[in-house]
Design a protein around this ligand. Structure first.
Ligand code: GLN
Length: 459
């Protein structure tokens, strides 16, 4: 823990951490030492981890990288924080991210962007940019992130680390600052699948405080063990594994260097015994409009709680109550968050609901059905996480929808609620030779343990 705190201080220019408290962390570390000395070590005892600043914590502020929650300290810990500390992990503090987890480059933080540790002129991805950068720079063994439409997988890919978004409902959302509640799901980031396994296993599990928490499925460790037991010894552990390769994930817009790195990874899987199956996810491009209706709709509802009354930012001077709320929200929310609230309120409004929100919900169902059809022909689906390597800082500043379009390969999985992970599979080319590429591995519901077992063979 001490060496992690030293590294965090030494790499402060990355802006990956928003809040650290050495006293608090070292007290946890001493308690971990005592448990180890007493022979009571748990699976993660003493392992230094850090949390995206959307998981509420009693010890550190929780800002969701927003001025709205700039000074907020929660009276309780999020379920994810509780579970990881119960497993023995030592918390290093809170990580920068896009404001309320809205973004794809970590440039929407009220506290400044995070730099990509591989190339400081590039974004780390988002919204869990601090989570990915911290692992890539060696500031934490593992970190937590949240993935509503790609925010664990995409920054993991762009920072060259591993990250997994589990099946919707497998990790409790209790104490997670809400963005799009039907999509939000927490997941860990770490160097490898092997490191993700104990962290996700500790995070996942039923929680009565989250109404969408799933009751009855095998633990991640048990899924992993079963998958391992089914693998052969020797050079071809993945013999018999059918990898679905969706044509739509390799179409127009995919950069040549990303395509090549992903193709090389697929060939590696074939050497491990897997076989490729051509599949189709015909509504891949429609995931973008469906998501960018549904997620803002839910966000507009979730963010209505920041009214300047109960908690969060309140404007200094105001006339009446309505004026107080509108000024507080105008000052507290950044431009991307305001954009989402406006879109959400619009698509939910009387007269437009049927035209936008209802149609988007229908699309969501069709997209989920497409995945089930495809997963009837193969065991897992593989493809790129992002169409390009990390963008330059500031590159999309004047064009917010450019970032939205780049979410094309991650949004469908989120709408369907499926588990998916990102594993590093190479780098870009030319001027982008230091910008990592990620391979996406998508499985059927509650197969995150199996995904980790498969990824581990590749790594
Ligand atoms: N980039 C997507 C968005 O901006 C996804 C964000 C996320 O998964 N939190 O909404």
């Amino acid at each position: 823990a001490q060496s992690a705190l030293d590294a965090i201080a030494a790499r402060a220019s990355l802006n990956a951490f928003l809040h650290v408290d050495a006293e608090l962390t070292l007290a946890q570390a001493r308690a971990a030492d005592a448990r180890i000395a007493a022979g009571q070590a748990g699976p993660l005892t003493g392992v230094p981890i850090a949390h995206k600043d959307v998981f509420v914590t009693r010890g550190w502020r929780t800002t969701a990288a927003s001025k709205m929650l700039g000074q907020y300290v929660s009276p309780f810990d999020a379920a994810v924080v509780e579970r990881l500390e119960a497993a023995g992990a030592v918390s290093l503090g809170k990580l920068n991210c896009d404001e309320f987890a809205m973004g794809s480059g970590n440039e929407n933080s009220a506290f400044g962007p995070v730099l990509n540790p591989w190339d400081n002129t590039a974004v780390p991805g988002g919204s869990s940019g601090g989570s990915a950068a911290a692992v890539a720079a060696g500031l934490a063994v593992a970190t937590t992130g949240t993935d509503t439409g790609g925010s664990v997988r995409q920054p993991a890919a762009l920072c060259g680390v591993s990250g997994i978004k589990p099946t919707y409902g497998s990790v409790s959302r209790f104490g997670m600052v809400a963005f799009g509640s039907s999509l939000d799901q927490a997941g860990p980031l770490a160097a490898s699948a092997a490191d993700l396994l104990p962290v996700l296993d500790a995070m996942a599990g039923f929680d009565a405080r989250d109404a969408t928490s799933h009751q009855s499925h095998a633990t991640v460790q048990a899924q992993y063990d079963a998958a391992r037991a089914g693998m052969q010894e020797g050079a071809q552990p993945l013999a018999g594994l059918r990898i679905g390769v969706p044509a739509e994930y390799f179409g127009e817009g995919l950069a040549a260097d990303v395509a090549q790195a992903v193709e090389a990874a697929l060939q590696e899987f074939e050497k491990l015994g897997a076989q490729r199956v051509a599949i189709s996810l015909p509504r891949t491009d429609l995931a973008i409009p469906a998501y960018y209706v549904i997620a803002p709709a839910e966000a507009s509802s979730n963010l209505s709680r920041y009214d300047g009354v109960r908690y969060g930012h309140r404007t200094a001077s105001y006339g009446n109550l309505e004026d107080m709320t509108s000024r507080s929200r105008a000052e507290g929310f950044g431009p991307e968050v305001q954009r989402r609230i406006l879109i959400g309120a619009y698509v939910l409004s009387h007269g437009y609901y049927d035209a936008y929100y209802l149609q988007a919900q229908r699309l969501r169902r069709m997209i989920a059905d497409d995945f089930q059809r495809a997963l009837g022909q193969c065991d897992v689906i593989m493809g790129p996480v992002t169409p390009t390597v990390a963008k330059d800082l500031g590159e999309n500043r004047d064009d917010p929808t450019a970032d939205w379009l780049a979410d094309i390969y991650t949004l469908g999985v989120s709408l369907a609620g499926l588990p998916a992970m990102s594993v590093p599979c190479g780098f870009g080319q030319g001027a982008h030779a230091r910008r990592p590429v990620g391979l996406q591995i998508i499985g059927n519901y509650f197969q995150e343990g199996r995904l980790l077992a498969i990824a581990e063979r590749f790594q």
